[in-house]
Structures are given as C-alpha cells and as structure tokens.
Design a protein around this ligand. Structure first.
Ligand code: UT7
Length: 332
C-alpha cells in the first residue's frame, strides 16, 4: 500500500497594520532601540488595535486568503485546528469562531494550547489525520494577540511580543512529500518560569488578581533562555540525525522567533548556514503560535518542491519539538 504523507499545499499569513517600534516602546518603558536590537534582534512588532478584536480576527483573514489561494471551497475543509494561547474566549474554541466566519460548514474544529510550540504540536496532530487516510483537507492556524496579555509597564516582556497569525493547508501526498518526521517534548516543571498567573480555574479573575497585574505574561527570561537554547538545538540535531540529514542537506531552518540569539545558536549546532535560516523577528517580534506559519508565508516564494525544512520551536510549559518537512510545491 502506498504511504500517505501530509503535504503543506498552501500557506497564508496576516499581520495587523499598526507598527509598534522600539522607539515608541522607549517612550513607554525604560529601554532603547540598541538594547532591544542587540539582545533580541527585534526592531518592531505589529499590534491589533480596536475594541472587541480577538485572535480570531487575524485567523479569519489568514484562512480566507488560504482558501482563495488554494482554490478550496470552504465546504471541502474537514477539520481546522487553531494553536493559540490568546483565544477570544476561554470557550468556545477560537477554531470554532474562525470556521464559522470562513464558511467551513463541514469541518470540526478545536484549539491546541502549547504556547510557542502550539503550531508545531498542531501541525503534527493535523498531519496524523491526513496520514490515517480518513481526511483530505485540514487547515492548521497558529496565531496570537499577545498584546492582550502583555504588561506594557514591564520592560522585560513588552519588548518581545507582537500580534499575528498564519494558516497552512494539509492534503494527502503519495510522492513522499510533506511532514516526514516529528519529535515533541514537554516538561511541566517549566510552569513557574513562563506563565500567566491568573485567569484560569486555579486563580480565577478577582479584583486582587487584576490589581496585582496577574493577567499578563510573566517570564523569568534568563532561565527560559537557557532551556530554549539547549532544547531547541538538541531536538533539531536529533531529528536531523534520525533522518540522516547534514547541515548541507537542510534547505531551510524554520525556527520559532523568540530571540535571534537562540536561533543563531540552534543554526550553529545544526551546521546550517545563516543564509538558510528563516527570520522575520526584526519585523514581527515573537507572535507565539504565529511565528512558524508567518515565516513560511514570508519565504514561500523562495521554497521549491523537494526542499528539506527543519522546523523547531520552544515555549512555555515547557514545550518544544522539531518537524522535518519536505516542501511539496513551487510557488506560483
Ligand atoms: O518564546 C517563548 C520562549 N521565550 C524565550 O525564549 C525568551 C528567552 N529569554 C530571552 O530572550 C532573554 O532572556 C530576554 C530578551 C528576555 C532578556 O535578555 P537577557 O540578555 O537575558 O537580559 P537580562 O534579563 O539578563 O537583563 C540584563 C539587564 C538587566 O539589568 P542589570 O540587572 O544587569 O542591571 C535588566 O534589568 O538588562 C536589563 N533589562 C533591560 N534594559 C533595557 C531588561 N530588559 C530591558 C529592556 N531595556 N527592555
């Protein structure tokens, strides 16, 4: 029997118009362009402005563009998975809202939350539906409105994050293209270093939690940095070894955009040249679940059928992993 793999057959991104520059941040907290650029590689990030606009707004735009681009009728889509840590509501799932607004009347939809690894967890999950032979068209969305959970008086976190979303279409392939292998890991001991302290069932919202600013991202940056550098490089190296790939065989590293220094360390360990490392952190910052599909969208025109991509991410939880993808099409 011919093996079915899950090929990415289209990608689309969406970023809001408003650009929050390092210089504007320097008017809000005690920071400066030089510090932010040298420590993170970030120059600016996008912010979704406007009352009542949640992550779904960006996911909807990405999915609409994806359907048009791949000539897909909304009713053909069978499943949509949305990776996010900033859902419009605790329930229902943001995936349900995106599907309703884009006319996916025959799809079932749910969210996956794995912080900055959300998109890669969702991609592997979605790929398995295709590989099973039961599903033919699955959409994976990754997106976050990080500005909704960022404390713009905390200079250690507000400089890092931005808003954005992207979506990919997965379809069966019998030429050996698509998701070839994946490795995922998590360690709940990381919880204390990167989290939102209140707003969940453990500490529901109260006047005190709001006063104490517990509905924002808390990060012990130094500790997270150490774990991210080691684990992202380890897992990327592991998936390369398991698939007999050398640095030269890898056409692109697609790394979660947390910090340019973490990306550089990962590429270095993999033996992948800088020219083959996808980067857009300077323009978008860290969009959490959005970074990987936004990179694929930005670099789509440079990708060729058969290209070897190693996707790697690390995030809150801790969660991390890597996926080996053989790109399935030449951009039009
Ligand atoms: O995507 C999810 C996973 N997240 C990550 O991977 C993020 C990992 N962490 C990081 O990227 C980095 O730790 C940060 C970018 C968050 C911070 O960079 P760092 O090089 O680790 O800086 P630091 O925390 O060691 O701070 C160095 C100094 C401190 O001052 P002192 O104690 O040396 O006087 C900070 O108070 O820089 C100060 N500082 C700042 N200065 C200007 C911290 N934030 C700022 C700022 N502007 N925005």
């Amino acid at each position: 029997m011919t093996k079915i793999t899950a090929a990415i057959t289209g990608v689309q991104g969406y970023v809001p118009d408003y650009i929050l520059t390092n210089d504007e941040l320097a008017t809000m907290v005690d920071t400066n362009d030089e510090w932010i650029t040298t420590r993170t590689g970030i120059k600016e990030r996008r912010i979704l402005k406007g009352e009542g606009k949640g992550t779904s707004v960006m996911g909807i735009e990405a999915v609409k563009g994806l359907l048009a681009k791949t000539n897909t009728k909304p009713e053909e889509v069978e499943l949509l998975i949305c990776a996010t840590v900033t859902p419009d509501h605790i329930f229902p799932a943001t995936a349900n809202l995106i599907a309703a607004e884009t006319g996916l009347v025959n799809a079932f939809n749910y969210d996956i939350g794995a912080a900055c690894s959300g998109f890669i967890y969702a991609l592997t999950t979605a790929a398995m539906y295709i590989e099973s032979g039961r599903y033919k068209k699955v959409i994976v969305v990754g997106g976050d409105k990080m500005s909704s959970i960022i404390d713009y008086t905390d200079r250690t976190t507000c400089i890092i994050f931005g808003d954005g979303a992207g979506a990919v279409m997965l379809e069966p392939n019998t030429e050996g293209l698509g998701v070839i292998d994946s490795i995922h890991q998590s360690d709940g001991k990381g919880v204390e270093f990167l989290r939102m302290k209140a707003g969940g069932s453990k500490h529901p919202a109260t006047l005190d939690t709001v006063t104490n600013r517990e509905h924002f991202v808390f990060q012990d940056g130094k500790t997270v940095f150490k774990f991210a550098v080691t684990n992202m490089a380890d897992v990327a190296e592991k998936i390369m070894k398991r698939n007999q790939l050398t640095g030269d065989d890898v056409d692109f590293l697609v790394p979660h955009q947390a910090n340019k220094r973490i990306v550089d360390a990962t590429a270095n360990r993999m033996g992948v040249d800088d020219s083959k490392v996808m980067m857009n952190i300077e323009r978008y910052g860290n969009t959490t679940s959005g970074t990987i599909p936004l990179l694929l969208w930005n670099y789509e025109k440079q990708l060729k059928k058969g290209d070897n991509l190693v996707i790697a991410a690390f995030g809150g939880g801790f969660t991390w992993g890597a996926i080996y993808v053989k790109w399935a099409y030449d951009a039009k």
